[in-house]
Design a binder for this molecule. Structure first.
Ligand code: NAD
Length: 492
């Protein structure tokens, strides 16, 4: 079904509950608009109610027994098939992603490719879901562990990696034998829908993957409190994560929360400066700074600070900001008006706190930018570690430079924060690199690399306020979250 919204024809998409298309909730529908051109409605989706979500959870519960009874190898085949379907649509998916979220087409292509790889990886992992055989004290006993699925898993995701994050949750959940109710962020429902559509086209049985859209406070909340839910995997802001944590502490279900970051890049005096400038630029302003692993603090030793700043400003001046679909654009818009206002309010805060604005700080309003939420890449210097712009997640293209005397002070500043997601150091000294790896409090540490950019085959998750739950996402470790171990004593 299509509706005419402004000058565009826009498709109305359904939710998927028990394999059936649910067109509109009791609350009607909501629009998904392009942040580079707000006149364009990319898609329209149902605004579901709690009652609709309960039906989705019921259908996941009903589908569980049969799905769990399949061999993981059989389940993995559905994932590989879905990956192949997405691969055949890769360019279309990348364009949808850019139109919904704003990132550049190259960034979208990379994210889509990663989602496809994730589905293939966990599809193949179907043949690697295993327990352990351990010698027993009794010679005529076999002692081993089995992995069993948890049941119904609620998956709630943010808008900034709207195909990669759902993929790295849905794929391991399914291959382990769980059924899923998935809620995407309201800025990016279409790309999430496309994942579920691919799984359906791959023949996954009805009820195994349910797709629900609507408000976080209603649809999201039901996915958290419903007592038929056996596990929750959430990625989003620390604020919402903390609400969920209150609930999780009272219930007895498995919960994984991946939250915000305020990631440091430390630049030491022996660094390859050109490389550090390029990597910090990419990590701070790539994806418009809207990555949980984005570099938002550059911690630079005094000796090279001036030189680093000059080179960085020169590089950042060359960033072309515009519609992510256009050639040569290196930075797209921010995702929405609310987010844009929040970022600009942090620029004001930085100025009031006494930080020095080196470049940027304003909304772009030229003809090319008039219809979207475009911001200048922004750099503050003379930032002190206790300023709000050095402590709070801004989640946009704003970098704070903090000067330090030496390596020890750099590590102290890097750690003096409530977040601990990703951190990097630029140095040519191996001992310094190892010392940084040991001392920095972050779930991901990189050397001479940007804080952004993750590979799917290794675990990912943060320390401190950036994460909750001991079991990380991605890699083989994800299978630990989505399964429970049964220990068997088999005497013969
Ligand atoms: P958000 O917390 O506003 O929303 C995330 C999801 O939660 C959305 O689907 C939203 O609808 C839903 N939600 C909102 N209120 C809810 C409630 N009360 N109960 C249940 N669900 C609810 O976050 P966002 O703005 O979509 O994403 C940006 C944030 O995500 C940033 O803080 C970023 O750092 C974080 N993030 C973290 C990681 C990571 O792996 N650590 C990755 C990407 C993004």
């Amino acid at each position: 079904m299509s509706v005419c919204v402004g000058r565009f024809m826009s498709s109305v998409y359904p939710c998927i509950i028990n394999g059936e298309r649910v067109q509109a909730g009791v609350y009607g529908v909501f629009e998904d608009r392009n942040p580079a051109d707000v006149d364009e409605v990319v898609a329209v989706f149902p605004l579901l109610s709690r009652e609709d979500v309960k039906k989705a959870i019921d259908s996941a519960e009903e589908a569980f027994e049969k799905w769990a009874a399949l061999s993981p190898v059989q389940r993995g085949k559905y994932l590989v098939k879905a990956a192949q379907i997405m691969e055949s649509q890769a360019e279309e998916l990348a364009r949808i992603l850019t139109r919904e979220e704003g990132k550049t087409l190259n960034e979208s292509r990379a994210e889509v490719a990663r989602a496809i790889d994730i589905f293939k990886f966990y599809g193949v992992m179907g043949s690697r879901i295993r327990g352990e055989f351990t010698p027993s004290a009794d010679a005529r006993t076999h002692l081993f562990t089995l992995r069993e699925p948890l049941g119904v898993v609620s998956i709630i995701t943010p808008w900034n990696f709207p195909i990669a994050i759902p993929s790295w949750k849905i794929a391991p959940a399914l291959v382990c034998g769980n059924t899923v109710v998935f809620k995407p962020a309201s800025y990016t429902p279409l790309i999430g829908y496309k994942i579920v559509e691919a799984l359906n086209a791959a023949g996954i049985p009805p009820g195994v993957v349910n797709f629900v859209t609507g408000s976080g406070g209603e649809v999201g909340a039901e996915l958290i409190i419903n007592d038929k839910v056996d596990a929750i995997s959430f990625t989003g802001s620390a604020e919402v994560g903390e609400e969920i944590k209150q609930y999780a502490c009272r219930s007895n279900i498995r919960v994984q929360l991946e939250l915000g970051g305020k990631n440091p890049s430390v630049v030491l005096e022996d660094a390859d400066l050109d490389k550090a400038v390029e990597m910090v630029t990419r990590a701070a302003f790539g994806l418009t700074g809207q990555a949980c692993t984005a570099t938002s603090r550059a911690i630079v030793v005094d000796k090279i600070a001036k030189q680093f700043e000059e080179k960085l400003v020169e590089r950042v001046k060359r960033i072309r900001v515009g519609n992510g679909l256009a050639d040569g654009v290196e930075m797209g818009p921010v995702v929405g008006e609310k987010e844009m206002k929040k970022i600009l309010s942090y620029v004001d805060i930085g100025v009031k706190e006494g930080a020095k604005l080196l470049i940027g700080g304003k909304r772009l309003t030229s003809q090319e930018h008039s219809k979207g939420f475009f911001l200048e890449p922004t750099i503050f210097t003379d930032v002190t570690p206790d300023m709000k712009i050095a402590q709070e997640e801004i989640f946009g293209p704003v970098l704070s430079i903090i000067h330090v005397h030496d390596f020890d002070e750099a590590v102290e500043v890097a750690n003096k924060i409530e977040y601990g997601l990703s951190a990097s150091v630029f140095t040519t000294s191996l001992p310094r690199a190892f010392e940084f790896i040991q001392r920095v409090q972050a779930g991901v540490v990189k050397v001479n690399k940007p804080t952004t950019g993750l590979e799917f085959q290794v675990p990912f998750g943060g320390y401190k306020r950036s994460s909750y739950g001991d079991i990380k996402e991605q890699g083989e470790t994800a299978l630990d979250f989505y399964s429970k171990l049964k220990t068997v004593y088999l005497g013969y």
